[in-house]
Design a protein around this ligand. Structure first.
Ligand code: BDR
Ligand code: CA
Length: 322
């Protein structure tokens, strides 16, 4: 190649880096993998041109914290090339843990997929690490929350100055009309730690809620996984995960719960965002029940799918190689 061409290529690369550094969102992912969390992370790995991922932290939820932490160690080593990771709280903010979702995700959180011992270092604390990322970031930071909101509530309680530098929290939590999946009135993440959701929703940081109804409605039939290739570690992982989920809404499908949160940020064209107020009930009889009431002046919003066909095609192509 001539030196003129090399120089042109060099300038192009610099320009590309500049565009990326201007448009990429600085993000933190807090999660409790969890099969749909795992698939959401894999989908995020396909969209790293849109985000600058600074931290993955674990929260307790689908399985106990030691297991969700082991799972993020596996992700950091295999799919995110050395990203910083940190361990979150063992228990919800106020009440002791009442439940988990191992009936859906398996005791390992990853269905039938066996990851073995993990050695990727995870010595950091989630709240401290989030604080460091947020206070040291020139850009406002976006948080993707795929599990209960314990770590984020603790962050805002202990370090209220971080709120200023958080752009939005995208969160898979709650339901629009007070329906549930873990009880008749509460969605799992809201039920697990209602006090944390209540606190975070009152912090003046805009939330984009991915409600339970959206996850129930956006489903992929398990039969499509039969056609999936399994040559790469990743494809094999996706196939085993997706086939082993034990979805309570419809055992023949996988619901796209946490995946819709990653896509709200990376592919907002699939959704509309309805401004709303958030009401979280914390009284013991109905703890975790939520109402998302439309309010055109509300600082929060909830997602609704506008083009389900396009969304399905994207997921099938990107994740399930169909
Ligand atoms: C939510 O609960 C968990 O089981 C899933 O990972 C998802 O975050 C769905 O209600
Ligand atoms: Ca989750």
């Amino acid at each position: 190649m001539s030196s003129v061409n090399e120089a042109k290529q060099y300038i192009k690369n610099i320009e590309k880096q500049l565009v990326n550094s201007n448009t990429k969102k600085t993000i933190i992912v807090d999660c409790d993998p969890g099969i749909d969390d795992a698939l959401a992370l894999l989908l995020l790995a396909e969209n790293l041109d849109k985000v600058d991922l600074k931290l993955i932290s674990s929260c307790a939820g689908n399985t106990p914290i030691d297991i969700t932490t082991k799972n993020i160690q596996f992700f950091a080593e295999n799919f995110f090339n050395g990203v910083r990771i940190a361990k979150g709280s063992k228990q919800p903010l106020v009440k002791k843990n009442k439940t988990d979702a191992s009936d859906v995700h398996g005791l390992s959180g990853l269905g039938d997929y066996v990851i073995g011992e993990q050695h990727y270092p995870c010595e950091l604390n989630a709240v401290e690490s989030m604080k460091d990322v947020i206070l040291n970031s020139k850009e406002k930071v976006t948080i993707l929350a795929l599990g209960p909101l314990t770590n984020i509530a603790k962050l805002f309680i202990q370090y209220p100055e971080t709120k200023e530098n958080v752009e939005k929290i995208y969160s898979m939590i709650g339901s629009i009309n007070g329906d549930g999946n873990i009880t008749s009135y509460a969605e799992f993440n809201a039920y697990f730690d209602p006090e944390s959701f209540d606190i975070v929703s009152k912090c003046d940081v805009p939330m984009v809620i991915n409600p339970m109804e959206l996850g129930n409605e956006t489903r992929i039939k398990k039969e499509v996984f039969a056609k999936m290739p399994t040559e790469t570690i990743k494809d094999n992982f996706v196939k085993v995960l997706a086939e082993s989920i034990n979805e309570t809404v419809d055992p023949t499908c996988i619901c796209l719960y946490d995946l819709n949160t990653v896509l709200a940020l990376c592919h907002p064209e699939f959704y509309e965002f309805i401004p709303c107020d958030i009401k979280v009930f914390v009284n013991p009889e109905i703890g975790g029940k939520t109402i998302l009431e439309q309010n055109k002046n509300g600082i929060h919003a909830y997602q609704r799918v506008v083009d389900e066909d396009k969304l399905n095609k994207y997921i099938l192509k990107t994740l399930f190689k169909n």
